[in-house]
Design a binder for this molecule. Structure first.
Ligand SMILES: Nc1ncnc2c1ncn2[C@@H]1O[C@H](COP(=O)(O)OP(=O)(O)OP(=O)(O)O)[C@@H](O)[C@H]1O
Ligand SMILES: [Mg+2]
Length: 234
């Protein structure tokens, strides 16, 4: 198992942002973490990478504490708020993080091609559009060779063609044995994943395969299933 979460609670100003979450996530899956804005997706990802103070509960990643040194090279994290050097160019950002992760120049070139960033090579990161910034952040998360990816809204604001290409990239990563946790507030993106976690108001209201969501709710679309689950119709 890649990820185990038991009774996770995160509070901000006495409000439960994550409300007693328990999850077991297997390796070698694409896992779609979806829910409306403010439902707690980013907070959950932050708890999984070890950058979120938790009130109670237990989180283990490959049996280890989140954020532990041994996990560093095994995890690729793309934060929703970009963690780029805004005064460096696209290429310089990639080269810098490649040096940290021990990735080769060739790998930097591959990432530039893969994410169509070549033409923006010399642009200062601070001048990129939202979609370009998220592609660069994603590129950085893909640089090393981690086993487990946490991608927080990687396709937001992208051209549908590029979005489809990125999903191909995610599927290819899964094919070679990687595990991906991908957040989106677009319910239909979850349909591209093996497993779905639906969140609402800090709670997980469903976790399982797309097929099992369809059977449980008798809905063919995730959005419809979400409404049914959220309204207590099941
Ligand atoms: N530092 C903070 N202080 C107070 N409240 C916070 C803080 N960080 C997050 N929250 C609140 O926690 C809730 C969950 O936020 P979170 O960012 O996890 O949601 P999300 O599902 O990722 O939303 P989005 O789809 O908009 O990215 C929101 O109501 C948010 O306002
Ligand atoms: Mg978020």
């Amino acid at each position: 198992m890649a990820i185990s979460v038991i009774g996770l609670v995160v509070e901000k100003f006495d409000r439960k942002i994550l409300d007693d979450i328990s999850l077991e996530l297997n390796s070698n899956r694409t896992i779609g973490l979806v829910g409306p804005s403010g439902s707690g997706k980013t907070t959950l990802i932050r708890a999984l990478v070890g950058s979120q103070r938790i009130k109670s509960g237990k989180v283990k990643i490959f049996g280890l504490e989140p954020g532990s040194e041994k996990l560093r090279s095994r995890i690729g994290y793309m934060a929703q708020k970009s963690a780029l050097y805004s005064d460096l160019t696209v290429r310089e950002n990639l080269d810098y993080f490649a040096a940290i992760f021990g990735a080769s120049k060739r790998r930097v070139g591959e990432i530039l091609d893969l994410l169509h960033l070549g033409e923006h090579n010399k642009k200062i990161a601070g001048s990129l559009s939202g979609g370009e910034t998220s592609r660069l952040s994603l590129g950085i998360a893909l640089l090393g060779d981690p086993d487990l990816f946490f991608l927080d809204e990687p396709t937001v604001g992208l051209d549908p063609i590029l979005r489809a290409e990125l999903w191909k990239v995610f599927r290819n990563l899964k094919e070679i044995g990687k595990t991906l946790v991908i957040t989106s507030h677009l319910m239909d993106e979850a349909e591209r994943c093996d497993d779905i976690i639906l969140m609402r108001n800090g709670k997980v209201i469903f976790h399982g395969s797309l097929e099992s969501l369809r059977i449980r709710t008798n809905c063919s679309e995730v959005e419809e299933a979400f409404i049914k689950l959220a309204s207590g119709g099941i």
